[in-house]
Design a protein around this ligand. Structure first.
Ligand code: SPV
Ligand code: MG
Length: 295
């Protein structure tokens, strides 16, 4: 991607963003042609085999995001749950994520301990308390490029569209660079209504969405509604989990790997993905006139 994530997000059209949980999956996202990587809490938590319930520390989330940044050239949008604490924690978090080269963070307006949005029992943060977190996050960044996304959970918590729109205005006023409107309906009706009313009110702030439960809509259709970024948040970790379950079951069942050989990458394919051909040979220094590596 040329230019910053901020400029890409503000260009006409929509970005396709995919959830990854480590360096390998971030690299595969780039190879598949996605525009950005979502360093998602669910995927990262699953990779540690812990629930997506605010259990991992900020350092663990940041470490995972950094390994993704190192593995690809795509912008990384880090899911930082509700910001790991109060405004003081949010301020330090922004400084650390920005210093580590992460392009964007996405903070959600839920109270600690947050629950994954597809479970019940959500407590929204007071809108003004959350708006202050956004303002503090924006004030904490040192360069112009870092992006702060404010994630609206009103529809997830069944608080209604008017609550989502009122909060969107407040978070925009507090300095959010973009919004994420989350819905768990089985169709994109709520997304369409939010975009229409948000744009109808005269705002052109980029809006992202996560079509996990409304899977039948295309990114192009969401783009036509006014969405600037479509996040496929958890499909990579779900694909990987299913593939591993199936392969392990087959090995146990057949008492050999013969049946699964055609279902998994060859060693050469894996070596290619992780750059084995770039490994330097173990030879002594040959002097400045010699090629750096001869084998
Ligand atoms: C995540 O990927 O951790 C998210 C998105 O927060 S979702 O799980 O769809 O709520
Ligand atoms: Mg999350």
């Amino acid at each position: 991607m040329n230019g910053t994530f901020r400029s890409a997000l503000n260009r006409p059209g929509h970005l396709r963003i995919v959830g990854a949980h480590n360096g390998l999956t971030a690299a595969l996202a780039q190879r598949a042609g996605f525009d950005a990587v979502w360093a998602g809490g669910l995927g990262i938590s699953a990779s540690y085999q812990v629930a997506d319930a605010g259990l991992l520390t900020m350092t663990e989330f940041l470490g995972a995001a950094v390994s993704m940044k190192a593995a690809c050239r795509l912008p990384i949008i880090a899911d930082v749950d509700a910001g790991f604490g109060d405004v003081n924690v949010v301020r330090r978090m922004v400084q650390m994520y920005e210093a580590a080269g992460i392009d964007a963070i996405c903070i959600e307006d839920k109270q600690y301990p947050k629950r994954n949005s597809f479970r019940d029992g959500h407590e929204l943060e007071d809108p003004r308390v959350f708006a202050r977190k956004i303002a503090v996050a924006k004030a904490a960044q040192s360069g112009p490029d870092f992006v702060v996304v404010a994630r609206l959970e009103s529809l997830i918590a069944r608080q209604g569209m008017n609550d989502a729109l009122a909060r969107a205005e407040l978070y925009h006023e507090a300095g959010a660079d973009a919004l994420l409107i989350h819905s768990r309906e089985s169709h994109a009706g709520e997304i369409q209504e939010f975009c229409a009313r948000w744009q109808g009110a005269g705002y052109d702030v980029p809006v992202l969405c996560v079509p996990t439960t409304y899977a039948n809509v295309t990114a192009r259709e969401l783009g036509a509604m006014g969405i600037s970024g479509v996040i496929y948040a958890n499909h990579v970790v779900r694909a990987a989990t299913k593939a591993v379950i199936d392969v392990l079951a087959s090995i146990v069942k057949h008492d050999s790997t013969a049946e699964v050989e055609s279902e998994i990458t060859t060693l050469s394919e894996l070596f290619e993905v992780i750059g084995m051909s770039d490994v330097l040979g173990d030879i002594p220094w040959q002097g400045v006139s010699e090629p750096a590596d001869r084998g």
